[in-house]
Design a protein around this ligand. Structure first.
Ligand SMILES: *[C@@H]1O[C@H](CO)[C@@H](O)[C@H](O)[C@H]1NC(C)=O
Length: 391
């Protein structure tokens, strides 16, 4: 049974929206940039910044900025790596106006992007409305007010519309570090190869390794009250984050069940999910409200599951694409419901995966242009690419 809103439309539109969404996700992705882990900068630093800094005590604070539109595991992996270069990670989220001016309108507005970035477990502070390019004024503010030690490059080859390097100033000041680009989410690969052809670069890096890097690996403590929530978590968005935040607040440990690709397709149509199980799992694992995930959770919450994981409470958001479950013959929550441990949670945000897809489709033109430019800079990146060691 197809419960998605797109279910009634023609297959070609569904295909198009899926294609578009996949493409755009990749395009926005681009993750992190270019070569070099900790590039040593040989240029003499600018006079103002270059004065030998007093060796300050306290944590090393690193700054990374980005648009983080339709955030996915490529962004999360960038933030994870940036955080590893210091003790505290401050993230600047670019304003809607600046994104629109530089790349075309974002799919997710600033308040949603703030929710997404703040929820990433490696992020310590978030600065809204960061400039697209780091100006001298803003850099001074980062160093003086925010106590930043290093600026980390966290986007695709970040050229300004006039072709200059957005991080030139920070590089000159000798306060710049680079992280390895997150391979695996790239618009050109997805566009050229398609997610089903197996040519995506993500296959370079075994997903299991990434999942290990994303996991806390900490089990629930004794007497922990375990809350369970399940879903597709496709195109992981601010609505998901907000319901996970509420769910986590109801217990001590949040266990998240992520349905298999087959289960999602069977319930929401052949065009779903847009992101595969591994990609969806990585996004959920990067969320600070999540303690553990079950990768490939069953559709129905069984008695055996409740017992095996010692689940105290099963929750479900009121805004969900499968909220028809209550009318279905086989309600996946029959067991927790009859045990009296099912709780419906009022969803704070009225966003579903379909909302995101609709926004993508309605902005098609702008994205097409934007992705053509992205494809070109990516092509250059791969041409110039040389080996760098990363973690
Ligand atoms: C199971 O969960 C309850 C809380 O709901 C807790 O008191 C109990 O200690 C847990 N059992 C085990 C074996 O961890």
């Amino acid at each position: 049974m197809v419960v998605s809103e797109a279910g009634g439309r023609s297959e070609s539109i569904l295909q198009t929206s899926r294609y578009l969404a996949t493409w755009i996700i990749g395009g926005v992705a681009l993750g992190v940039s270019v070569a070099g882990f900790c590039l040593a900068y040989s240029e003499r630093p600018l006079a103002i910044w270059g004065m030998r800094r007093k060796k300050k005590k306290g944590p090393v604070r690193v700054y990374m900025d980005g648009c983080f539109d339709m955030m996915h595991y490529g962004h999360c992996n960038a933030l994870r790596q940036a955080r590893a270069l210091g003790d505290q990670l401050v993230v600047g989220v670019v304003s809607d106006a600046e994104i629109t001016a530089n790349k075309g309108p974002p799919v997710t507005p600033l308040h949603e992007r703030m929710i997404m970035v703040s929820a990433v477990k490696w992020v310590d502070e978030v600065i809204p409305d960061a400039p697209y390019a780091i100006t001298e004024d803003f850099m001074k503010k980062l160093f003086d007010e925010y106590n930043i030690d290093y600026i980390i490059h966290g986007d695709d080859p970040c050229l300004l519309p006039d072709g200059t390097d957005a991080y030139a100033l920070a590089k000159k000041a000798g306060r710049y570090k680079q992280i390895k680009r997150t391979e695996g989410v790239s618009s050109t690969d997805i566009v050229d190869g398609g997610s089903s052809s197996g040519t995506r670069v993500s296959h370079f890096l075994p997903t299991s390794r990434r999942i290990v890097q994303f996991s806390n690996g900490k089990g629930p403590g004794q007497d922990a009250r375990i809350v369970y929530i399940d879903g597709a978590f496709d195109l992981f968005h601010a609505g998901h984050v907000e319901i996970l935040r509420l769910a986590r607040g109801l217990g001590d440990f949040l266990l998240v069940g992520i349905h298999t690709d087959q289960t999602v397709s069977a319930n929401r149509g052949a065009h779903r999910p847009i992101m595969n199980l591994h990609e969806r799992s990585l996004s959920v694992l990067a969320c600070r409200y999540v303690d553990e995930v079950i990768i490939g959770a069953p559709w129905e919450v069984s008695k055996d599951m409740v017992t095996t994981f010692n689940i105290s409470l099963v929750v479900h958001g009121t805004i969900a694409e499968d909220s028809d479950f209550q009318k279905e013959k086989r309600n996946p929550y029959d067991v927790p419901s009859s045990m009296g441990i099912l709780k419906l949670l009022e969803s704070p945000l009225d966003i579903t995966t379909s909302t995101i897809i609709r926004r993508i489709v309605s902005n098609h033109e702008a994205y097409q242009k934007r992705n053509e430019r992205k494809a070109e800079s990516e092509r250059r990146y791969y041409e110039d690419k040389s080996f760098v060691s990363g973690d």
